[in-house]
Design a protein around this ligand. Structure first.
Ligand code: FUC
Length: 790
């Protein structure tokens, strides 16, 4: 696979730009010079992919702080001067303990639930379900914060020339300022290869660095002890649960002294210092919490401390860049590109800032690398970043859109490895989901309802009006199928994907029932996610189950396995209730034609078949038009993820301008920690606002941009299917398409100039650009270009 380096023009001049930015006048002069030089250079746009978030003040709130992470450890860096805070997370610290959530005997209520619903007694069915069909207990557990690193720098109250930034290309968070004649700098990163958080502190004058470093935790009863003359460790446990944890902090000073006490480390008279932090919990697996956090943090510290700062940093940057640099995007630039990030987001309301879209696109890729690496937990509702003991929706895994959306960019944005934690989660869910399939439905296979947590809960939680929705596992299985489609890796299909998909499908073979009126096979009791209460036969379920049956049957045939099952799935698939067009010309959300044209609900579940499904396309023109009508009825408002989903819908409807307007809505500045649950928007640190912060919207933006530039369905690669007029000229390198292809595109004035393709094997690729199509023969590992000509 080729690694496309981000385009870096005029590095020395961008360096200059950075230095002069603190002066508004200088910035303006610089901007004109820079734009003029771009024009002289004859580039198609004045794009300068300077992939940094930067600010002139420390973060005052959590959603102004900057996230770093290595998949397992996460930190929010506030960038204070006299007082600095790094809020720390570790992705296995949750409330609760190993637990099976299924409600034994629930299956006895199933026939009655179905009877009540078939007879129109929805309220009675919902009440019966609350009594006899729900998870035990009714709620799942919550993701927890772990600790804070607090630094104090006496005398640093009045800093000047302040700047903090997050460098996406190197995954480094930096703070720089001047006190008197002395320049101070700090640079933090979380290393995946060395499993350690590293912060390097320097002063420009010898011996001028002096600070204290303390560890505190929001968990009551924690203890800090001195473990070495240069090291302390904080040990704690979660009150409501079984997990214990430890955070270990060591300081290495150059040219000064380090001392340690229970209140923290103290560094004085140093030229520079390096802080190392390791953290771990007692979590081993969802059924085992006998890990030893003390041993884990001690070993990780010993390994990291054996290396110098430069060595740790080099390994970290190389590890990050081999993922991050696979994709480069250039949508053009404007003078706003040079503003601090919060001001840019605010300014984008008034004048378009295509480079802000590039930044947000790459930030989504950065966040996936930082929150989901092999061996770790998947990215939860907040990735790995959470400061609250009672986070919104427990910061767990909501699977009626959110967890899937987190992984929408993984394949298309060339970060397939980052989906590995999701695949491992699925393998756990097969185990816990079998219990729920048996206890609630008397069915084979495995089932997951609308949420899961660290303990792999699969039973219906919270309320029957939204918790009973059995297609979570089927939907998540799509990611296994995608991984195969994008990689063509048959070993993965055989050993990882197919076993999970097959058992997911077996569940539905046993579960589907006949609709007494129409004879179709239908789902139920279920919900159309969070809209309309408990019903029989929501459209979304049928789309998902049809797709699951199709992937599974295709996989079985590809592998030469389970011929009979494949035939049975094909047969059943055709008997499932079809998509129906209703009285408003809409795609019906339910079996009955009862969609309310005034309903602006954020979920648009019945359009699953458009995206992420593939059954409603321009090849099914009536359904395609009905789905579009449904989306227009729902309108353009929504929470963060809902706006993000709408980018993808409009991209599939080939309406690039509408898709871009959804991106613009997402990139609207939200400053306060709003707790309203509609609106969407973006916090100053580019975190997506549901509000409150929820990371799915960030990932949807990244995936949505991919979707606008490249789609691959039905054996065809569609180039620039939904290019908005505002992105007149640009280029992208390193996107991925089904069939194992890697794709570069360059366009000018809305017209494709060149497509470059790479395939790991000899292959033929069918390309489409508007009305034109072309078949390209590819040799393994050799990039081949197609220019459609005028
Ligand atoms: C689903 C959504 C909410 C929120 C929650 C985490 O329940 O309907 O908007 O995103 O998940």
């Amino acid at each position: 696979m080729s690694v496309a380096a981000p385009r870096r023009r005029a590095t020395s001049t961008t360096e200059l730009a950075r230095r002069v930015r603190h002066s508004g006048l200088m910035s303006r002069i610089w901007t004109s010079l820079w734009l003029a030089s771009a024009a002289l250079a004859g580039t198609t746009s004045a794009a300068d992919p300077e992939l940094r978030l930067w600010y002139r003040e420390p973060a005052a709130t959590w959603t102004e702080a900057l996230p770093i992470g290595n998949g397992r450890l996460g930190a929010m860096v506030f960038g204070g001067t006299a007082e600095e805070r790094l809020q720390l997370n570790e992705d296995t610290l949750w409330t609760g303990a190993p637990h099976e959530y299924q409600h034994e005997g629930a299956v006895k209520a199933l026939p009655e639930l179905r009877r009540l619903l078939f007879e129109g007694q929805q309220r009675e069915a919902e009440q019966l379900a609350m009594r006899e069909f729900m998870s035990v207990p009714l709620r799942q557990k919550a993701y927890q914060p772990m600790a804070d690193l607090r630094l104090r720098f006496p005398g640093h109250e009045n800093a000047v020339e302040y700047r903090r930034e997050l460098d996406l290309d190197q995954a480094l968070a930096r703070v720089r300022y001047r006190i008197g004649e002395v320049l101070y700098s700090r640079e933090a990163f979380t290393s995946h290869p060395d499993q350690v958080l590293v912060e390097r502190l320097t002063a420009s004058r010898r011996g001028a660095l002096a600070f204290t470093a303390a560890l505190i935790s929001p968990h009551e009863g924690y203890v800090v002890r001195v473990t070495r003359p240069d090291e302390i460790a904080l040990a704690g446990s979660v009150a409501d649960g079984a997990l214990s944890f430890e955070v270990r902090l060591r300081a290495r000073a150059e040219g000064g002294r380090v001392s340690a006490s229970e209140t923290g480390l103290s560094v004085s008279g140093a030229d520079a210092a390096t802080l190392l932090i390791t953290a771990a919990t007692s979590f081993v697996s969802f059924r085992d919490v006998t890990g030893d956090p003390v041993a884990r943090t001690t070993e990780a510290m010993a390994r990291a401390a054996a290396k110098g700062h430069a060595q740790l940093r080099r390994a970290h940057v190389a590890d990050h860049q081999q993922l991050f640099r696979r994709v480069a995007l250039d949508l053009g630039s404007t003078p706003s590109t040079l503003l601090p990030t919060d001001q840019r987001i605010a300014a984008a309301d008034k004048s378009p800032d295509p480079h802000l879209v590039t930044l947000a696109f790459q930030f989504g890729r950065y966040l996936l690398i930082a929150s989901s690496r092999p061996g770790d937990q998947p990215a939860n509702l907040q990735g790995v970043w959470n400061e609250s003991l009672k986070p919104p929706w427990d910061s767990k895994y909501t699977v009626n859109i959110n967890t899937e959306m987190n992984y929408w960019p993984a394949e298309v944005a060339n970060l397939a490895e980052c989906a590995e934690p999701l695949f491992a989660l699925l393998e756990d869910l097969v185990i816990s989901g079998r219990q729920t399939a048996r206890a609630h439905y008397g069915a084979r296979g495995w089932v997951l309802h609308h949420n899961t947590d660290l303990w792999r809960g699969t039973a219906p939680i919270n309320a029957s009006t939204h918790g009973i929705w059995p297609t979570g596992g089927a939907w998540l299985s799509q990611h296994l199928w995608w991984h195969y489609q994008f990689s063509m890796d048959r070993e993965f299909l055989r050993h990882r994907a197919y076993p999970v998909m097959k058992e997911a499908a077996l569940f539905f073979v046993d579960y589907l029932v006949r609709d007494p009126k129409r004879g179709w096979r239908i789902s139920g009791p279920s919900n159309s996610p969070e809209n309309g209460g408990l019903v029989m036969g929501p459209t979304m379920d049928h789309q998902i189950i049809r797709a699951l049956f199709q992937w599974t049957a295709t996989a079985a045939r590809t592998l030469g396995e389970d011929e009979e099952l494949a035939a049975e799935l094909d047969r059943m698939r055709l008997e499932i209730a079809p998509n129906q067009i209703g009285r408003l010309g809409q795609l019906q959300e339910w079996l009955e034609d009862k969609d309310d044209p005034e309903n602006k609900h954020r979920h648009v579940s019945h359009l699953w078949g458009v995206v992420p499904g593939e059954e409603i396309t321009s090849h099914t023109p009536e359904l395609f038009a009905a789905a579009r009508r449904s989306l227009l009825l729902r309108g353009d408002d929504g929470t963060g993820w809902s706006l993000g989903w709408k980018i993808a819908f409009w991209a599939r409807f080939r309406d690039g301008d509408h898709a871009r307007s959804m991106i613009e809505r997402q990139l609207t500045l939200v400053r306060e920690e709003a707790t309203r649950t509609v609106g969407g928007g973006t916090y100053p640190n580019l975190f997506d606002a549901h509000p409150p912060f929820q990371i799915d919207g960030n990932f949807a933006l990244t995936a949505g941009v991919c979707e606008m530039l490249l789609q691959s369905h039905g054996g065809e690669l569609e180039l620039l299917p939904a290019l908005p007029r505002a992105w007149r000229s640009g280029r992208v390198q390193g996107l991925r398409a089904r069939g194992g292809f890697e794709v570069d595109l360059e366009w000018r004035d809305g017209r494709l100039v060149e497509a470059g393709l790479l395939s790991p094997t000899d292959a033929r690729a069918r390309l489409r650009f508007g009305e034109r199509s072309h078949e390209l023969a590819l040799r393994a590992g050799r990039r081949t270009a197609w220019r459609p000509g005028p």
